[in-house]
Design a protein around this ligand. Structure first.
Ligand SMILES: [Zn+2]
Length: 117
C-alpha cells in the first residue's frame, strides 16, 4: 500500500506527464496544420506528405490518449485508490508507479493481461 505522501509524489509525476503529453499533442496538431499548407503548395510531394500527415495524426492521437489515461489515474488517486493492484490486490511498488504512473496493475497481472491481447 502506498502512503498518502507517496501517492502525492505519483500525482506530481502524473501532472508532469499530462503537461508533456499535452505539449506533444499540441505540437502534432500544429505540424498537421502546417502540412496542410505544404501539401497544397507542392502537389508532386503529396504522397509522402499524406503519409507524414497520417503519421502525425497517429502521434497526436497517441498523445491525447495518454492524457486521458493519466487523467483517469489522477481521478483514481483522488477517489482514494491506495496503490494496490486492482486485479490481485498486491502492492504496486512506488518505483513502478513512477515509471508507469497511469497503471493500476502489478507487473505480474500486467504480464498476464498482455498475453490475452
Ligand atoms: Zn496484480
Amino acid at each position: 500500500m502506498c502512503s498518502r505522501e507517496q501517492l502525492k509524489i505519483v500525482k506530481k509525476k502524473i501532472l508532469e506527464e499530462v503537461n508533456a503529453s499535452r505539449d506533444e499533442a499540441f505540437h502534432f496538431t500544429n505540424e498537421i496544420k502546417d502540412m496542410g499548407g505544404v501539401r497544397k503548395a507542392d502537389v508532386a510531394d503529396s504522397a509522402s506528405s499524406a503519409a507524414e500527415l497520417e503519421f502525425n495524426a497517429l502521434r497526436e492521437k497517441r498523445a491525447d490518449d495518454r492524457v486521458e489515461k493519466l487523467r483517469v489515474a489522477l481521478y483514481r488517486i483522488d477517489r482514494g485508490w491506495d496503490g494496490m493492484c486492482i486485479y490481485c490486490g498486491s502492492d504496486i511498488p512506488l518505483k513502478r508507479l513512477m515509471v508507469c504512473p497511469d497503471t493500476n496493475l502489478c507487473t505480474k497481472c500486467k504480464g498476464k493481461m498482455e498475453l490475452f491481447k
